[in-house]
Design a protein around this ligand. Structure first.
Ligand code: FUC
Length: 767
């Protein structure tokens, strides 16, 4: 605890004395070292570059001493424009699809669904890269003392080296306050900064020089899958050199012999919302750059640090420290499985918090499959929103990691999907409410896509509502509940209109549906009735709607309607091998891919609290059997999910074993970003949540301190983790036992806490 306190005071002092650029160039303090990713060489590829973001503008910094590349993104630069993907043939085919499924003719159902019920176009719009800033410095005979790092406590990426006896330093950050990316170039001798700056883009765009020190990319987004590009965009670079000369040629800004230089980058598109593309990117970027150029570089940095640290410094995590900490980050990843480096797990968790702050801020778009960072026009899975696990997982660490504000873009997206999804409910199903399937995009498309194997799943919106409900569970904010209630209610209303009675037990089930992406027979056939995950998601959605409507004192008739439907949903079933069944029928051991990456039927264990070792031990045992059958290794996100599941089973060492795999080069790139492969950010977020689940759980009205602590972390401390019920938790432990704890809330009251195997009634302190 003493150590934590010392660190806390050190961080507090550092926050009060906002460092100027010059201070940041001093020897790295130990607090900084603990929160830094660092490397002795420049990135040679994108998966080594370091991510920065302000929730809207993203940058990947490569850090070459002689040739810097900063790859740029803007969160609303997607292909296409507003479009309606609904298929007017779908509704007529629905009864026949259901009949075929209940007759067991899954192949024919699959074929019919593929022909009649898919979106037009069959795929959605991809997220796009914006361009690159290149800085070319004079070639030097020798580069010495090279270091490249990303400090998570300041959200600044730095490069430093010595060339020809001059020490150079480069700092880059993305300011949410000033809405610009700032690149600051300094040297320890005057007149030594010379370089050429160029902007390039693969988009349909022109790059022109302006006003003696600026470059402008002016462009339009691309068509995709027959949907015309409807966005205009602009990116602007302004180069502000102190001393020396600054000139431009047709496409470049050239700086010679400056003392220092600040580069400012602004970018915007004409996207206003999913229906309105009438924004003015030229006006926006001009205004933003003009305002930022008025400020001194130290003032830009100070504003950025104050804003970022307000969020980041809420949580401290200490899982133990070893000499491995001194190694470059890529070497630590390479050795994590065989070595002893508990601090890398803490760094990984803090990195996810850093990433969430950097890619998901109020007013911006939610974190995509790649957060905000994408260098392609044809990214993997279009770098959009896969809502049969990946988008939900992105937001798992938000609440326990004390970053509730970062959920706002997701909330906003769900409120918009409620509108677009109401059309899909009506056109595809003739139903009330709203629905969305396994993917969505910037344009809030909600119809089933990609083909029946993946797309025929009507429960995506219902699951997203669970994320929003969790936000309310953690913060207890009734105004927020009021805001999301229409989306929850309308998501629920879709189901009484579309659930059907299955012929054997007369349970109410979804049909057609599927258990995400897991074929239950050859031929990639997934379509079925009543997969367990759907039943579990609906059990949550209906229960949450009932609680929400009671809390808000509204909608009694609706409450009765969903309660009646809930009582008739297919119940959880335990199959022949003692496993929790994934489908209505016991197909689990007959499937083509027994180690499938998705573990959808275990939704009830995590993220849902429906299955719990304390309250439903028999189902927990069945879930454990399913997990054992599935195996520990999967894609990055599949591995991360398994960590959370084993943590909920209170098996800390097992969870840690899986974390060792996640944090190995198999699932983690040198820049600490998750490898699905390829890069997909959900593994970072899911893995970080798993680490927090090992330390603190709060489902089912009980706080559990160290519910799944692995032997590898016998001593440690945390500050600022959040628990459901609006609690903030600090604690320290030794020899695997909690030694001190503090539970605080803005509404001090009694709470049940499980500590060192005992359940205690604790009075939370005033926060
Ligand atoms: C789901 C997963 C894939 C991938 C994609 C983005 O479809 O099954 O593995 O992560 O999302």
């Amino acid at each position: 605890m003493k150590h934590t306190l010392t660190m806390f005071i050190a961080l507090l002092l550092a926050a009060l004395a906002t460092p100027a650029f010059a201070d940041l160039t001093q020897a790295v303090t130990s607090a900084e070292a603990k929160l830094s990713l660092w490397y002795p060489k420049a990135a040679t590829n994108w998966n080594e570059a370091l991510p920065l973001g302000n929730g809207r503008l993203g940058a990947m910094v490569f850090g070459g001493a002689e040739q810097e590349r900063i790859q740029l993104n803007e969160g609303t630069l997607w292909a296409g424009g507003p479009y309606d993907p609904n298929n007017t043939n779908a509704l007529a085919a629905l009864p026949e699809a259901r009949r075929l499924i209940f007759d067991g003719d899954y192949e024919a159902a699959h074929k019919l669904i593929g022909e009649k019920m898919m979106a037009v176009p069959l795929k959605q719009m991809p997220y796009q890269m914006l361009g690159d800033l290149f800085l070319a410095f004079p070639a030097n005979a020798a580069i010495e003392n090279y270091r490249r790092d990303l400090n998570l406590d300041s959200a600044v990426a730095s490069v430093s080296y010595t060339a020809n006896g001059v020490h150079f330093r480069r700092e880059v950050f993305a300011s949410a306050v000033d809405q610009v990316i700032v690149v600051r170039l300094t040297a320890d001798q005057p007149g030594r900064i010379s370089f050429t700056a160029a902007l390039r883009t693969p988009q349909k765009a022109t790059v022109t020089a302006e006003a003696g020190n600026s470059l402008v990319i002016d462009g339009a987004n691309r068509e995709a899958r027959g949907i015309r590009g409807a966005l205009k965009f602009q990116a602007r670079l302004q180069v502000l050199a102190q001393g020396g000369t600054t000139t431009t040629n047709a496409h470049e800004v050239v700086v010679a012999n400056a003392d220092s230089t600040t580069l400012l980058i602004a970018a915007a598109t004409s996207y206003k919302n999913y229906r309105d593309v009438g924004g003015d990117p030229a006006g926006i970027t001009k205004r933003q750059l003009a305002a930022a150029a008025q400020k001194k570089p130290d003032a830009l940095l100070a504003a950025h640090l104050a804003d970022y640290r307000k969020l980041f410094r809420r949580v401290e995590l200490n899982l133990g420290e070893t000499d491995a900490m001194k190694l470059p980050t890529d070497q630590r990843i390479a050795q994590f499985t065989s070595g002893n480096d508990p601090q890398l797990a803490a760094l990984y968790c803090q990195f996810a918090r850093y990433l969430l702050i950097s890619c998901s801020r109020p007013g911006g778009q939610p974190a995509t499959l790649q957060g905000l960072w994408n260098d392609s026009l044809t990214p993997p899975w279009d770098s959009k929103y896969t809502i049969n696990i990946n988008t939900e997982m992105n937001y798992w660490p938000a609440e326990p990691g004390n970053l509730g504000e970062c959920v706002e873009p997701l909330t906003q997206m769900v409120l918009e999907l409620m509108e677009s999804g109401a059309r899909t409910a009506k056109i595809h199903y003739g139903a009330r409410g709203w629905v969305t399937h396994h993917n969505t995009d910037l344009w809030r498309a909600t119809a089933p896509i990609d083909g029946p194997t993946w797309g025929m799943w009507p429960t995506g919106g219902a699951w997203l509502c669970q994320n929003l409900w969790e936000h309310y569970q953690f913060n207890g904010d009734k105004e927020y509940l009021q805001r999301i209630y229409p989306a929850m209610k309308s998501a629920a209303l879709f189901f009484p209109d579309t659930l059907v009675e299955e012929p054997v037990n007369r349970w109410l089930v979804t049909c057609p549906s599927l258990s995400p992406e897991n074929p239950h027979r050859a031929g990639n056939i997934t379509v079925c009735a009543g997969p367990s995950m759907d039943m579990q998601i609906l059990r949550d959605l209906f229960a949450n709607c009932i609680r929400a409507s009671e809390t808000l004192g509204v909608d009694e008739a609706f409450r009765r309607e969903v309660a009646a439907a809930r009582a008739r949903l297919a119940p959880p079933q335990i199959g022949g091998s003692g496993q929790l069944q994934e489908w209505l029928e016991d197909w689990d051991l007959k499937v083509p891919e027994i180690h499938h990456r998705h573990v959808s039927h275990l939704y009830a264990l995590f993220p849902s609290p429906q299955i719990d070792v304390n309250t439903t031990p028999a189902l927990a045992a069945a879930a454990k059997k399913s997990l054992e059958l599935r195996g520990d290794k999967a894609t990055g996100w599949g591995t991360a999910w398994r960590i959370n599941l084993w943590a909920r089973l209170h098996e800390g060492d097992h969870a840690f074993g899986i974390l060792q795999f996640l944090l190995s080069p198999k699932c983690t790139y040198p820049n600490l970003l998750d490898s699905c492969p390829p890069f997909q950010i959900d593994g970072n977020f899911g893995g970080a949540c798993g680490i927090m689940e090992m330390l603190l759980q709060s489902q089912n009205d009980e706080l559990q301190l160290l519910p799944a602590l692995p032997k590898a972390w016998p001593t440690g401390s945390v500050r600022g983790l959040r628990a459901r019920g609006n609690f903030t938790v600090d604690m320290a432990w030794k020899g695997g036992k909690v030694t001190t704890y503090r539970i605080a809330s803005t509404e001090p009251r009694g709470v049940k806490v499980r500590i060192n195997g005992e359940v205690k009634a604790v009075k939370a302190e005033k926060l």
